[in-house]
Design a protein around this ligand. Structure first.
Ligand code: PSU
Ligand code: MN
Length: 292
């Protein structure tokens, strides 16, 4: 019997500390773990406590990240700082991938990946999420609902192509736009089952290609917010972030919170629904890999 008797699924913690408000964040973190377990896999929520990188936070550690005020959002560049200074930290997609890989975990469920921000190269500066570079170099399957329409989705897909990241659509031909099922942008391949995802992953390993695989799952029809309904809130939030001169790591949390306010929490409900859905799909993919 190995240490990993069950298929393993990593979960991130920035969505807990910075992505959702309390108490929804704590409930969601526990619910995602429960969904993974109920689909026969072992959840491993990733985070940093007093400078220690942990792949498998316990419930009190998760509660701490959900409630403490001084938790740092940790991207790759921040890892040496939080370790040296023994700080608490929440991991983004980039750092969750890296820590999951060190721990031997191949599958990771999140909500949306970071990407190329709107206005890139213009007034908003050069904001490209470290998540994209991590996907290019760290071998983990990232299950998400696409990227939020707060981002420049065509530019995000172009960047992934440049860096050699395969983008699969899970039962869809289109790249999902987080709150909305469709973006009008094509994925590289459609997969209709966990086994199809597993086959692509194995082919990538056999070829010796570095980096991850992005599996994009559309939000369920009953949970989605149509693009034309969410777009005014996104446009307003993006404009306010620019007016405030927000930069770097503070941009994404501000946009998420502002859109939730502007939509009267409809975006919050959609976000929670898609996160749980992604946890289910990730558990099924991890199971297919373990059975292969
Ligand atoms: N997208 C969401 N919710 C989130 C995030 C992204 O819908 O909570 C978080 C993830 O942890 C992601 C990070 O890795 O934001 C990206 O931040 P940045 O754009 O600063 O790289
Ligand atoms: Mn950024």
């Amino acid at each position: 019997m190995t240490a990993h008797a069950l298929p393993q699924v990593a979960l991130e913690s920035t969505v807990i500390s910075h992505g959702l408000p309390y108490p929804h964040n704590l409930a969601l973190a526990r619910d995602m773990e429960a969904v993974v377990r109920s689909h026969g896999a072992q959840p491993r929520t990733v985070g940093i406590i007093a400078g220690e990188l942990i792949a498998g936070l316990d419930d009190s550690q998760i509660a701490h990240l959900a409630t403490a005020q001084n938790v740092r959002k940790v991207s790759r560049r921040d890892l040496p700082i939080v370790v040296a200074q023994k700080l608490d930290g929440a991991t983004t997609v980039a750092t969750t991938m890296w820590i999951a890989h060190q721990a031997g975990i191949e599958v990771f469920a999140t909500g949306g990946i970071g990407g190329v921000h709107r206005g890139h190269g213009g007034a908003a500066g050069n904001d490209i999420s470290a998540d994209l570079e991590e996907l290019a170099q760290t071998p983990v399957i990232v299950v998400c609902a696409g990227a939020k329409a707060i981002l420049d989705l065509p530019a995000t897909l172009e960047y992934l192509e440049t860096r050699g990241v395969t983008v699969a659509g899970y039962a869809t031909d289109e790249f999902p736009a987080f709150y909305s099922r469709s973006s009008g942008l094509p994925v590289d391949v459609r997969c209709d089952s966990p086994a199809e995802v597993a086959a692509i992953w194995r082919a990538k390993q056999t070829l010796g290609l570095p980096g991850g695989l992005l599996v994009t799952v559309p939000i369920a029809p009953q949970d989605e917010i149509p693009a034309q309904e969410i777009e005014p809130a996104i446009a307003q939030a993006v404009a306010e972030a620019e007016q405030r001169g927000l930069r770097s790591a503070e941009v994404t949390p501000f946009l998420l919170a502002r859109i939730a306010e502007l939509t009267g929490d409809r975006s919050l409900r959609a976000n929670i629904a898609l996160l749980k859905n992604n946890a289910r799909v990730a558990a099924e993919i991890a199971t297919a890999l373990a059975n292969g």
